[in-house]
Design a protein around this ligand. Structure first.
Ligand code: ACO
Length: 428
């Protein structure tokens, strides 16, 4: 394979190096493009062809349906690791040994108190506020309660900020839910595992003993692992780009939460459930909705189908589908929504429109069904996604800062008016 790419513009040739990743992916390094060509730039809406960074965290091959964190297959991690181990792996690059894991967990627990004044902020939100808006605001507010900026040249400072957000974020998630449900805020129980504690903080009633369900713990652990990172997606790129201005970790994560909220990204899990419910209410006619999704005059899209990079089965969807069946079975939940989902999936997998465009169910097609079985309200689904994605955002932010990446600042092709003479308001 050649090691340069040649670009010819107006008879002049420019050479650019080809760079290869560890999985043999090839990229054209155009760092010198503007300087070499006198300011010519590239246009790539949605960055479909743009590698924004070099990263050693997550590898995915959308054609083959492969997803690996730090080299480990998602299937192995979902089956054999727990969420905190995966968080450590993503952030620091290696699976922790027992001692490292215990120390990591104990450092997190030591930071798990959220300033009591944060309650005042939550109280100011109406109960009707969308939990993603509340979570993003609360995460941003953490900056005000922890004002010292992170010295990224100090591993110790960096570690401190990381364990702080890993500790306080689940509390904010649980408080967001409890506020919505009118339950008193709870500080959790540091004697529990990370995921067990999250569930207890979310669901404990003030007048009842909370009984832990292993089925729920296992299901949530797996869902969080499956969502933990996904290389340079919309929210992760947001975290990196905000962090690249040297804004702090909490502010960068808060921006990532806002990016995740949209229905084309993390908000899809809520949109999927709402769509499945609407189809059920409308008599369960999946064919009608398949036709709507294919009609270019109709803005309806089959939520939970398609993915920017997976042009084959999303491996996370395969794992989650099995998990959905098991969780519903173990919890004794019979949900007619699952039948609607299976019907839609079967039809889409055999429909030329979906097959030819390589539109397969993505991770969020089935995650909402599990969350629903766990009694998590629909508008909290994307919050649960954010909880899982937190270690990925942290890992990507840390990598970006340690690599001393330049501030993210894309170019554009200006297509507006050329110079115009200013007209006095009376003459317009
Ligand atoms: N239903 C119907 N048609 C679809 C769908 C869908 N869900 N997704 C894509 N298409 C069609 C498009 O209309 C387009 O058709 P055309 O070639 O005839 O114009 C073609 O497939 C390609 O679609 P694009 O929008 O160009 O694909 P892109 O890679 O930009 O978008 C996206 C990917 C945003 C995920 C899209 O598939 C979508 O909107 N899916 C539904 C929302 C969803 O489930 N999002 C969650 C993604 S996973 C995550 O973020 C965790």
């Amino acid at each position: 394979m050649p090691n340069t790419a040649t670009l010819e513009i107006n008879g002049q040739k420019h050479e650019f190096p080809l760079v290869k990743g560890t999985e043999n992916e090839v990229a054209i390094d155009i760092k010198t493009l503007r300087a070499a060509t006198g300011g010519i730039t590239t246009i790539d809406p949605g960055y479909k062809n743009t590698g924004a960074c070099e990263s050693a965290i997550t590898f995915l091959d959308g054609e083959k349906g492969i997803l690996r964190y730090r080299g480990y297959a998602i299937e192995d991690l979902a089956q054999k690791a727990d969420f905190l181990e995966v968080a450590f792996l993503l952030i620091f690059g290696e699976l922790p040994n027992q001692e490292q894991l215990e120390e990591f967990h104990s450092d997190i627990k030591a930071q798990s108190l959220v300033d009591d004044d944060v309650r005042k902020i939550i109280d100011a939100f109406p109960k009707s506020a969308h939990p993603m808006g509340v979570l993003s605001s609360l995460t941003s507010a953490l900056t005000a309660f922890n004002p010292s900026s992170v010295n990224v040249n100090s591993e110790e400072d960096m570690y401190h900020a990381i364990v702080k957000i890993l500790a306080k974020f689940p509390v904010l998630v649980a408080w967001t839910l409890r506020k919505k449900q009118g339950l008193p805020l709870d500080y959790g129980d540091n004697s529990l595992g990370y995921v067990e504690n999250i569930l207890k903080m979310m669901f404990k009633k003030p007048n009842e003993e909370y009984v832990q369900s292993q089925v729920m713990v296992d299901a949530l652990d797996k869902l969080l692992i499956l969502h933990a990172d996904h290389e340079q997606n919309c929210s992760t790129s947001t975290v990196r780009i905000v962090g690249s201005s040297h804004a702090g970790l909490f502010a960068s994560i808060s921006a990532g939460i806002s990016a995740l909220w949209g229905p084309l990204h993390g908000g899809a899990n809520q949109a999927v459930l709402e769509m499945l419910e609407a189809i059920k209410e409308d008599g369960g006619d999946t064919k009608k909705y398949m036709a709507k999704a294919k009609d270019k005059e109709d803005p309806f899209r089959l939520m939970g189908f398609g993915h920017r990079v997976y042009k084959n089965l999303d491996p996370r969807a395969t794992i989650i589908k099995v998990s959905a069946d098991k969780v519903l079975n173990d919890l004794g939940v019979e949900d007619p929504i699952l039948e609607v989902a299976k019907g839609l999936e079967q039809e889409a997998l055999n429909d030329d429109y979906f097959v030819s465009r390589k539109l397969y169910p993505n991770v969020d097609f089935y995650s909402g069904i599990i969350y629903r079985a766990m009694d998590i309200p629909t508008d909290m689904f994307t919050v649960m996604f954010a909880l899982g994605r937190l270690p990925g955002w942290i890992a990507q932010w840390r990598e970006m800062r340690l690599n001393n990446e330049p501030i993210g600042r894309p170019r554009q092709l200006y297509i507006g008016e050329t110079h115009r003479e200013f007209k006095n308001i009376k003459k317009r």
